[in-house]
Design a protein. Structure first.
Lengths: 385, 141
């Protein structure tokens, strides 16, 4: 197995861009990443494109805008873990000697509002919309309410995470929202899925991001600031269900820690030989403020139930001991599903290179990027300077 | 149920003998795992292989958690029911399975985690053919 490096990154601002297609945004991000890598499109030996909504073979449609080189293109759909999965495919291609230079590019245009079922598709997911009308935030709200009961997590902690992430977003020119929001405004915003309020939730939006991966030798000859991929792991649903007690009765397994995140984080820590204590910054799936609490716990950044402490004690602030969402998180950036994970990777790479300007975390050497998707898809990437 | 013919919101989820709702699960004879909605086969990778059979859950469980919907839900539910706010709860049944369902109340005062809940039958709406669409709901005991 060979060591793999990120040699270039690119991004298209996240937000809303009427009249601009997802593939055009993907093209922009790819061009920026290639330029950053000092490479050309025609040098790419494989391209893994993250997209869930732009139609069949969206990756090929994007690739056609860059040039018909005949490069193998694969379009990847793993719900919110799409970009992390595209990155994983690029990573494993280089790691196992299949290719030397790969591009991972995610691009997406999400409709506004709750993510609705795919029209005309009778899949398992339609049932929850048919029976209960429960959108994704509904599930987070159910988990959040339980977490509040089990561990004393408070609505105010949720609010403070949103304050932090929006404040961080001010310094991110690629974020959709670049405006501070007061705690008061957040706590007074409308309840959407109680206990989650509007300003504690991220907006599905549009954007693109890309990364060029190569062998160490190639990376070092192209850039003075390569970043090593020490882990890129994905997981699907792990069986939970129930367990049997000695008397033969059954109990449902408890909700926390989030099983998929814990499972993929374990794989990533084992693959990298690193642990939570080695991390200098974390980008995670803060689709709601509660996400930052429960995923921090499942990633092992703190003990189970203590996720709220990270914000209360300033640990997750930009100048804290373990900054979380220094990019502004999904709360500020929004979530263009196919691109999100690569947007996080863009941030982590930028930080490890020392190029993050006002967002810069001091002495950033190791960063983690986590995305959690529907249908049971979870990815964790760990990058090292 | 009523004079109008009743039609379930979805087939195979519940029976409704004499106006009561009984949730239908599948249970694996090999590993004992339950599924709701029922599955045709066991998806427990550790299962020593068994047959999946229908079974009916008891009437009561404990409220494991809940949320209140304040925004109109996405389609198709927006056409089927319900005025917001409405409650959704996860009920933990003693058989060893948690089931999500609509709550009969959205009042915080009535909802407490750990509270005993019972499964009831309720009407959701009347469909285009004039039939009553029924579903199961959870009601605080």
């Amino acid at each position: 197995m060979r060591q793999v490096m990120v040699v270039g990154v690119g991004i298209h601002k996240f937000g809303r861009f009427p009249g601009k297609s997802a593939k055009e945004m993907g093209r922009d991000a790819a061009i920026m990443a290639l330029k950053d890598a000092g490479m050309e499109w025609k040098e790419m030996q494989a391209v893994f494109c993250g997209n869930t909504r732009a139609g069949v073979a969206a990756g090929n449609m994007m690739g056609a805008l860059l040039g018909d080189t005949g490069v193998p293109i694969v379009t990847v759909d793993n719900a919110c873990a799409t970009a992390g999965s595209a990155f994983r495919l690029a990573y494993q291609s280089v790691a196992y000697g299949i290719y030397d230079k790969c591009l991972a590019v995610g691009f997406e245009k999400m409709p506004r509002g709750f993510i609705a079922p795919t029209p005309g598709v009778e899949d398992d997911d339609l049932l929850r919309f048919k029976l209960w009308g429960i959108p994704n935030p509904g599930y987070w709200a159910i988990r959040c309410r339980r977490h509040m009961t089990d561990y004393g997590t408070t609505a105010e902690q949720l609010g403070k995470i949103s304050v932090k992430n929006h404040k961080n977003g001010v310094d991110n020119p690629y974020a959709m929202y670049q405006k501070e929001i007061s705690l008061e405004e957040i706590m007074n915003s409308r309840l959407v899925c109680d206990p989650l309020r509007l300003l504690m939730m991220c907006a599905p939006d549009e954007g693109a991001a890309a990364a060029v991966l190569s062998t160490t030798k190639i990376a070092r000859s192209h850039t003075t600031k390569p970043v090593t991929v020490v882990a890129s792991e994905i997981t699907s649903h792990v069986h939970a269900g129930s367990f049997e007690l000695p008397d033969g009765s059954r109990r449902s397994v408890p909700m926390f820690p989030h099983p998929l995140t814990a499972a993929v984080a374990k794989k990533a820590y084992e693959a990298s030989g690193l642990g939570p204590k080695d991390l200098n910054l974390v980008e995670l799936q803060d689709t709601s403020s509660f996400g930052e609490i429960e995923y921090a716990e499942a990633l092992g950044l703190c003990k189970l139930g203590e996720g709220g402490r990270l914000i209360d004690e300033g640990i997750s602030e930009r100048k804290g001991k373990l900054p979380i969402s220094v990019s502004g998180g999904l709360l500020s950036k929004g979530e263009p599903i196919g691109a999100s994970g690569l947007g996080q990777i863009f941030e982590v790479v930028t930080q490890l290179r020392g190029d993050a300007g006002p967002r810069q975390v001091a002495n950033a050497k190791v960063g983690l990027a986590h995305t959690m998707g529907g249908a049971g898809n979870c990815s964790v990437v760990i990058l090292k300077k | 149920m009523a004079e109008k013919e009743a039609v379930p919101i979805h087939d195979g989820l519940f029976k409704w003998p004499a106006g009561e709702a009984q949730l239908i699960c599948s249970k694996c004879t090999g590993c004992g795992e339950l599924s709701f909605p029922k599955k045709a086969y066991c998806t427990n990778p550790g299962c020593p292989k068994g047959d999946v059979q229908d079974t009916v859950l008891g009437k009561r469980g404990k409220l494991y958690s809940y949320m209140i919907m304040h925004y109109a839900p996405p389609p198709p539910f927006d056409k089927i029911h319900v005025n917001v706010p409405y409650g959704l709860g996860l009920v933990d049944f003693p058989e060893g399975i948690m089931v999500l369902g609509i709550l009969t109340t959205a009042q915080e005062a009535d909802l407490r985690i750990g509270r005993e809940m019972e499964v009831i039958l309720d009407k959701l709406c009347t469909n285009e053919e004039g039939k009553e669409v029924i579903t199961y709901k959870f009601k605080p005991v």
